[in-house]
Design a protein around this ligand. Structure first.
Ligand SMILES: Cc1cc2nc3c(=O)[nH]c(=O)nc-3n(C[C@H](O)[C@H](O)[C@H](O)COP(=O)(O)OP(=O)(O)OC[C@H]3O[C@@H](n4cnc5c(N)ncnc54)[C@H](O)[C@@H]3O)c2cc1C
Length: 488
């Protein structure tokens, strides 16, 4: 974009906005581009910090009129930084964070600049004890999280986050402001509501706000816990876990983790362990008795607490942040029983050769209410998955990038026989056959919705719905897709 030639139009847009327009070099510009993954350093020409639906419409029209690429930034936690772009315009939603609660219907209205932290704090301060079906990490944005599906620690009790999405407001690329819910009369709107629930952020237009169903948990506090074992116990303990989780009620979620943790004999020293993050949506006594068979396996460390879910998220949620270091992230979807000896052996082999002590694997324990919804009822197609592992390969020196990316990529490539797909919220530009793996049988309908709502591909991006991009899997791996937001 020729900034000098367009200065008058930029000034005109700035005058029309109730929010802020920042140009490269201006105070606040770089701050507005901060995202979780420090590896992504894209530089747009303009940032618009919208403060109203009208600002969003004006910005969409401006970008189209001037041939500018536009991406939308919510919480900035996209693993690949798809909320940013080079040379174009970033629509930053961070000024729009209004939240309100209807106590009668137990519904929360929230604007899309908000992060889960804002909702947790709002609900804590409401004194109602109500909980959202929200993210484990408080700084994750609601906008991106929800559009990809959204696993919460209590999803086994209440469904995916999108199963608790009542309605949303979407500005489509034609500038129309659409109120979407499951009862829309207009078939286009119905399709869009379907697509926004699992089809992935950045594809359908700009989401302005959402209304979420929130819940009273089974008890005021939940039993939460951390249980760790030494890696040489993996075959025995994970083999047991694979079967044992099938006996648990929906109220119990037992997530997995494998990485470094403080040694019990000297907490200043970190050692590699694997284990579990436990959340029981019920009283501590029942929760502890459900855990007894796992504890009989002789863990290295155990800590159990009875606290509210929002307090747990606020205390523990930051532990999986990349936090401005560099990261590459891959994911997979595993069906019930998929932690076979062969699969566990792959985990053991790669974790024994992890190139960075900052890297780790975590996995979601899914199922329960998540699986009671049909695969095609929303765009989120992985209802049957039981475990959703992601590897976070994290490093600090730029020269270490190739070793760390190749390690994680080879790790999750070797796990492919144990996977049935991958999770679009951990979007990975090096994943082969990505569209099929993220969307399975829902992809043809998503393509139809995309063609109808964005016929000229204004919001296209490298792994947007409809993109023909396919990463080259030959060796040495081409790392270029990690740094591009658009198909050239
Ligand atoms: C530390 C950490 C913890 C996580 N924990 C969980 C978890 O517990 N469960 C889970 O399911 N996922 C989890 N995730 C994944 C997370 O859901 C995704 O990374 C999600 O895309 C982040 O949304 P965001 O708004 O923060 O990111 P962004 O990078 O801002 O946005 C992600 C995508 O959505 C688009 N987008 C953003 N805002 C809008 C909007 N208003 N309208 C239209 N498109 C928009 C962006 O352009 C981008 O393509 C976690 C990620 C991290 C980094």
């Amino acid at each position: 974009m020729d900034m000098a030639a367009d200065q008058a139009q930029i000034d005109e847009l700035r005058r029309q906005l109730s929010g802020t327009l920042l140009v490269s070099g201006q105070a606040g510009f770089q701050q507005a581009l901060k995202i979780d993954n420090g590896r992504v350093q894209l530089q747009p020409s303009l940032v618009v910090q919208a403060n109203s639906t009208r600002d969003i419409v004006l910005t969409l029209q401006f970008a189209q009129r001037h041939g500018l690429r536009l991406t939308v930034k919510g919480g900035g936690h996209s693993a690949t930084g798809y909320c940013l772009n080079d040379d174009g315009l970033v629509l930053d939603m961070s000024l729009m964070r209004a939240i309100s609660l209807d106590r009668d219907t137990r519904r929360v209205f929230v604007q899309m600049g908000a992060r889960w932290h804002d909702v947790y704090v709002y609900l804590i301060n409401s004194g109602t004890g109500l909980i959202p079906i929200g993210g484990g990490c408080p700084t994750v944005g609601i906008a991106g999280f929800m559009q990809g599906g959204g696993y919460s620690f209590v999803s086994r009790s209440y469904g995916m986050s999108i199963d608790n999405l009542v309605s949303l407001t979407l500005v489509t690329v034609d500038g129309q402001v659409r109120k979407l819910d499951a009862d829309c009369q207009d078939p286009t709107d119905r399709d869009l509501f379907w697509a926004c629930r699992g089809g992935g952020g950045g594809n359908w237009g700009v989401v302005v706000d959402m209304t979420l169903q929130v819940h009273a948990p089974a008890t005021d506090t939940m039993l939460t816990g951390q249980i760790r074992f030494l890696p040489d116990r993996a075959q025995d303990v994970l083999g047991f876990y694979n079967q044992w989780v099938e006996t648990l009620p929906d109220e119990m979620a037992v997530y997995g983790i494998w990485g470094m943790s403080p040694s019990p004999s000297d907490p200043t020293v970190k050692i590699q362990t694997f284990g579990f993050t436990v959340i029981y949506n019920g009283n501590a006594t029942t929760g502890a008795s459900l855990l007894a068979p796992l504890l009989e396996k002789g863990p290295l460390t155990v800590s159990l607490n009875a606290i509210t879910l929002p307090d747990f998220e606020l205390l523990n949620g930051a532990s999986t942040l990349v936090d401005n270091r560099s990261a590459y992230i891959c994911s997979g979807m595993m069906m019930p029983g998929a932690f076979t000896p062969d699969a566990i052996a792959v985990f053991e082999r790669y974790m024994a050769s992890v190139p960075s002590t900052d890297s780790f694997i975590v996995w979601t324990h899914a199922g329960g209410k998540v699986s009671q919804v049909a695969d095609d009822a929303t765009a989120f197609a992985h209802r049957g998955a039981r475990f959703v592992p992601e590897v976070k390969s994290i490093w600090t020196n730029a020269s270490d990038a190739r070793a760390n990316v190749e390690w994680a990529h080879a790790f999750f490539t070797d796990l492919q026989p144990h996977f049935v797909g991958a999770y679009v919220n951990y979007i990975d530009p090096l994943l082969a056959d990505w569209a099929n793996r993220y969307y399975l049988g829902n992809y043809p309908r998503l393509l139809d919705v995309k063609r109808a709502c964005d016929p000229d591909g204004f919001m296209d991006f490298q792994q947007g719905v409809g993109s023909a991009f396919e990463p080259d899997q030959s060796q040495p791996l081409d790392l270029a897709p990690l740094n591009r937001s658009f198909v050239d």
